[in-house]
Design a protein around this ligand. Structure first.
Ligand code: KG4
Length: 354
């Protein structure tokens, strides 16, 4: 008997099939980046409609790829939140109807908890207790994971997420959307130390803040553009070398900020044995390098899942569902009576999980 997992919390429609022993058999993701690109960000209504279109197609295909039929499914897991309300509702309605018609358990999963347990998909997962640095377009947090459902939020953001900061600075530099990867590529040619930039709430190890940095970069870019205007009349864009220096300085301060708070967390929790990096920003090479050095210095292991399991994916949703099934048996189907009007939880902090 197999398990089907579904993720539709933002702009990726993702499905995965697990076998009865909990092994991932196959998975599919359909990204909507091109659809949202002209708008410079995810348009919730368009994203939800796209999920509605994609989900049945992807589910049929993933079952076919796994070589099974609907009758072989023993349970269905789906992201309940946090995420975009309309997008979550599409996944929930689909999964709930499917589970009801088939008479199988329906397991709603917290998306952030999925990121914490992406290590279950690896041959060498992080050792407990571990610290997870969760950095994506929508989240920035350091979480101490002692065991399943035993989480302490060590630090979280007061305002923007780190991925959002990468994206907003990229927009200031006219790099398009999503700008994080483009900004990082541009930074490679730049001077990481050229422009001094602020670390938000530097002396508070329990919080991140990126709004001050964003304002500082906006001022810097405006000033640099004004200089260009004074020199060369109608040439408001930055010189490529200057833009690269801005990108490098921003990347440098973001990596420094994350490393600083992690170092503080590690000294507060000396029992930590591993560091897990997850979320879309885990693709950042400079961040990986900085954290590899930090982990080596602290004599703990450093784990980064492959990128497809760091960004939004259904495999991590299935990983949590399997843990839930193992812990609660048939009781994992706790929300069969859930009213769908209250099913989607756009805000669902990890601290609320029991
Ligand atoms: O987890 P994810 O795929 O989805 C959202 O939370 O939306 O994360 C996407 C985020 C975007 O902000 C993107 O710019 C950022 O991850 N990102 C990067 C890099 N690759 C993706 N940020 C910095 N450097 C990268 N190489």
């Amino acid at each position: 008997m197999s398990i089907l997992a579904i993720e539709t919390s933002c702009d990726e429609t993702a499905v995965a099939v697990f076998d009865s022993r909990g092994g991932l058999v196959t998975e599919l993701v359909s990204s909507q980046i091109q659809l949202h690109q002209p708008y410079g960000g995810v348009v919730p209504e368009l994203a939800a409609r796209e999920h509605l279109n994609n989900l049945p197609i992807l589910c049929s295909k993933v079952l076919e790829d796994a070589g099974i039929g609907v009758g072989d499914l023993a349970a269905i897991a789906v992201t309940r939140g946090p995420g975009l309300n309309g997008c979550l509702l599409v996944g929930l309605a689909f999964a709930r109807s499917f589970a009801t018609v088939r008479g199988i358990p329906f397991i709603p999963v917290n998306h952030l908890e999925g990121h914490l347990w992406a290590g279950d998909l690896l041959e060498s997962p992080p050792e407990l207790p571990f610290l997870a640095l969760l950095v994506s377009g929508g989240n920035t947090a350091i979480v101490l994971v002692r065991e399943f459902r035993d989480y302490t939020i060590v630090a979280e953001t007061l305002d923007d997420a780190v991925g959002e900061t990468f994206d907003k600075v990229a927009t200031m530099l006219d790099l398009g959307y999503p700008g994080g990867p483009a900004l990082s590529r541009l930074a490679e040619a730049g001077n990481y130390e050229r422009f001094p930039l602020p670390i938000g709430v530097e002396h508070d190890p329990t919080q991140f803040s990126f709004s001050g940095l964003k304002t500082a970069v906006l001022r810097l870019v405006t000033e640099l553009k004004n200089e260009r205007r004074r020199e060369a009349l109608e040439m408001p864009a930055l010189e490529p070398a200057t833009a690269a220096d801005v990108a490098a300085s921003v990347e440098n301060i973001l990596v420094k900020t994350l490393t600083l708070k992690l170092r503080a967390a590690l000294s507060r929790y000396p029992e930590v044995r591993s560091l897990l990096l997850t979320g879309g920003v885990a693709a950042n090479t400079r961040l990986r390098k900085g954290l590899t050095e930090l982990a080596t210095e602290q004599a703990i292991s450093f784990v980064v899942p492959p990128q497809r399991w760091c960004t939004d994916n259904a495999a991590m949703i299935g990983a949590v569902a399997l843990r839930q099934l193992k812990r609660e048996g048939p009781r994992a189907d706790i929300d069969r009576s859930l009213s769908l009007t209250k099913a989607a939880l756009p805000r669902w902090p990890l601290s609320e999980l029991r």
